[in-house]
Write a protein that binds this ligand. Sequence first.
Ligand code: NAD
Length: 290
Amino acid sequence: MKIGFIGLGNMGAPMAANLVKAGHEVTGFDTAGVTVEGVTTALSAAEAAKGADVVITMLPNGAILRAVAAEVIPAMTKGAALVDCSTVDVESARAVAADAEAAGLLAVDAPVSGGTGGATAGTLTFMAGGSEAAFAKAKPLFDIMGQKAVHCGAAGAGQAAKICNNMILGVTMIATCEAFALADKLGLDRQKMFDVVSTSSGYSWSMNAYCPAPGVGPQSPADNGYKPGFAAELMLKDLRLSQQAAESADADTPMGKAAADLYAQFVEAEGGRGMDFSAMLPRFEKRGRG
Ligand code: NAD
């Protein structure tokens, strides 16, 4: 297949490299001038998109996605698919899909989970929104770049699934970290706390698979000085997107809001930028109630 790949950052570069390894012809473009072995470098997004069967975007936010889409949609061949794998607001995802469909293209919003490790290993999970035909066209590429692709519904459904999942993740990570900090102050051994909670009703992915306490549970960023992993500022981005969506849908999300506020404070005022999102635990350790 002929593929245009726009946005060759931490995630996009290894994803594009995996498509090349699988034998696809990939032309890429990134404003930072990034080049990827085996990917033909284009001089613009429109040039990367021209003649492609599928154009994949992996960009920082909705505003940039909208600008790139406005440039590539007119350059694409009718019947081709525009597949956005970035994490963006639901409204931008729906607006871009509507513009693409109006131009005779297929459109999929397909944000991912699995981080840079998953992008490199080709083990991402894709959560996709769009028509059956659009999903079917993108699916063989999802199978190369990932291990699972769920068709969640119409345009925007992929982004909706992503931000709802990450709202749960942000909230449960905070709950896990504050519980560990309380347990410390109550004189409870961390290993005992893990042994109980990981097999009791307080268990979660944050506790069981990504334990924020160093030396406890499986290997996680906590065992590596809280080097990300999944950076606190990326969690903040996703929590803000979930609050933006909750406002536009009039959904009451008090825990999601509290998590967004706490990660904002951590990232913007307490040195959390560049730390893994599980570094909430040392943050709580240092604090009292005041
Ligand atoms: P990144 O900042 O490393 O990459 C984004 C790339 O887009 C950069 O190389 C940048 O130069 C390029 N870019 C910006 N504007 C452009 C334009 N107009 N045209 C072409 N290229 C442009 O970010 P990333 O970590 O690769 O993340 C990409 C997306 O994936 C984000 O939406 C992020 O939220 C999401 N995501 C990231 C992770 C992660 O662990 N890094 C995990 C899941 C989802």
